[in-house]
Design a protein around this ligand. Sequence first.
Ligand code: ZN
Length: 503
Amino acid sequence: MNYELRASNLEFRILNSEFARLFVFILLIALSSCAPAADEDEPLAPAALPTRAQIATPARVPSAPVPLPQTIIDRYSVRAGDTLSSIALRYNISLDELMELNGIADANTLGIGQMLKVPIKLTRAAPGESFIPNSEVVYGPAYENFDIAAFANQHSGYLAAYRERVEGETLTGAQILQLVSERFSVGPRVLLTLLELQSGWVTNQFPAQIQYPMGLIDSTRQGLYFQAGWTANALNEGYYGKLSARLSHLRFKDRARAFIPPSLNAGTLAVMNMLAQTTTFDAWQNEIGADGFSAAYRKLFGEPDQYAIDPLVPRDLRQPALRLPWSDGEMWYFSGGPHTGWGENGGRSAIDFSPDDIAGSGSCVASRRFVVAAAAGKVLRSERGRVVETLNGNNFQGKGWALLYLHLAAAGRVGPGVVLNSGDKIGHPSCEGGNADASHLHFARLYNGQWIEPNAIPFVLSGWSIASADQEYDGQITRGAESREACNCREDAKNGIVADTGK
Ligand SMILES: [Zn+2]
């Protein structure tokens, strides 16, 4: 077997996978305690480990048969003092091979910060068995009637009594998990399971671990709000990393890396990816094994398959007609191509547009222009800069198509419950809600709670079709012979688009 997947910004090459090698390498792993070659461009994670409530007797999880080793292509950022020869030596390839891999003709042209492709041989692999359906990991239809507060109260652990100040408001533990679930569109049962697994907060009134309940020891991310947000982000990195083939391997706290078997579903990879970042490869095997995550989940919710919705996104799904989200006759600027809908490293479902009174100014003053509804629908949420509109009359964000309009100023913003026609005013672009360094609209699609990338289902607005690029925020938008390119600029011919009724 020999195949190659091309991801958008990472080449993922799988080599030497004859099945017969399997047993040799399992033997090698069993005999050897040496870590695989880890590159040194990542800082060492802190050594302390969080308290874990639910880890029973350590038991080896048998790995599914994954032929090893696999060579993947990763990226290395050139630092002062590096030479091509020293880098080649570090990654155990010849200078010629390194130059060929990177298309470098002259070995003396290396620059600090330059990104090089480097081969890494993975001698470990994640198990190949999936243990959680995709639909559990996203905030989709399986959660329509799930009440986080009722669940937390029923278990009366530390979570039920928890309060934290978030963005100027005191929220309960359940409200924090609700906010994180909606914003990142991740499944709250999975967040609750990870919380219970990592710190026992769901059922234990007096857990030992208070600062880092999700197990990420990071002084900049203390408390449930930051821990849950980080968790949601890591889940999405794994989930959409699988769907888009961008995630080539798992990376652990101790900098070990592991091959991802192609058999894993996106939901399982999401959980694996989150846990990998909080622990070592050895400890992780217990956490993802039968006594770890799955046991914690079953204890709280029963069998995960009972909630499964499959497929979550039908193969033949098409986007309903959407218009450009500003008024006809106005020129706005395509300022960001496909990038993460929420957070970092998630589904590249969002694009950015800047109105003409702001574009190019770098200003966070709210625009006088209005964002308008891209389709008829209902405003489900309008808070903290975020407007969520569901289409088809749905009263739940995670059901059917939903549109996210972000960075809308509180002043002049449509209220929740309002029924919209296509083209109705929604609010003014600003910097409110999340990170924005100039007033703009961040616009993204969800279907059944899954962020929808343009590569998965064509993203078309008034006949303009969006195309992704390797780099986040790059991209094109085309209609017939017309084409614009995303850039953080204001050049009518390059990224300016006048809205019209569409074709
Ligand atoms: Zn954006």
